[in-house]
Design a protein around this ligand. Structure first.
Ligand SMILES: [Zn+2]
Length: 207
């Protein structure tokens, strides 16, 4: 299942990481397919064999031939540059469709991008491939599916016996400035009665 509730900078960092770790010199098979032209902008010379994650690049069908400019711009927020994707998204190759969709999706709030994404009729598999880089496998969420972040305020949704102490925190207790437990998405830390305690995320509602 895809979870889209996360901030934009995290997406970009993740994408930059993925992109940087998934390119190599261009192969003959790909050069033949793209006729030596970048498959995104369609004008510059293809220089880079870019594997569209999460595929591992076993086959040319999992790659896109890119020029150096398109490759460098993948990690930048240059929505105007990517007008070229209005054409490339109609490519007959699924990998080119997926990468075009993936890059456009970063700018989905712009009107022209929204129009492009609404008008293209891609396979669901292709869209899932495109959006894979936006997946966030595990995040802290409250009982209602709202994503929690450090510093949030939460409210207890039921009475909780606090382990190791002699008090019960009643339902409705407000816990300010929570801290996410790094290795467990089901736990947060917060201060109740001046004590830092671990609280299960399923018993809180984001305030
Ligand atoms: Zn290009």
């Amino acid at each position: 299942m895809l979870v889209f509730k996360h901030n934009q900078s995290q997406i970009v960092e993740r994408e930059v990481y993925l992109y940087k770790n998934n390119f190599m010199a261009i192969s003959q098979a790909l050069l033949v397919r793209c006729d030596s032209n970048c498959e995104l902008c369609g004008t510059n010379k293809a220089e880079i064999e870019f594997v569209v994650t999460p595929k591992d690049g076993d086959d040319v069908s999992e790659m896109v031939a890119l020029c150096n400019t398109c490759f460098s711009n993948l990690e930048l927020e240059l929505s105007d540059y990517w007008r070229c994707l209005e054409s490339s998204i109609w490519s007959p190759y699924e990998s080119v469709q997926a990468l075009s969709y993936r890059v456009l999706y970063k700018f989905k709030d712009l009107n022209w991008v929204g129009d492009v994404l609404n008008n293209i009729d891609l396979d669901e598999d292709t869209i899932n491939w495109a959006l894979h880089s936006y997946q966030k496998p595990e995040v802290h969420m409250d009982a209602f599916g709202n994503v929690l972040t450090n510093g949030d305020t939460v409210v207890l949704t039921q009475n909780l016996n606090v382990k190791g102490t002699n008090f019960t925190s009643p339902k409705g207790t407000i816990v300010k400035k929570i801290k996410l437990v790094g290795d467990n998405v089901e736990q947060i830390e917060g201060k109740i009665n001046d004590q830092v305690i671990v609280i299960l995320t399923k018993f809180v509602k984001k305030g």
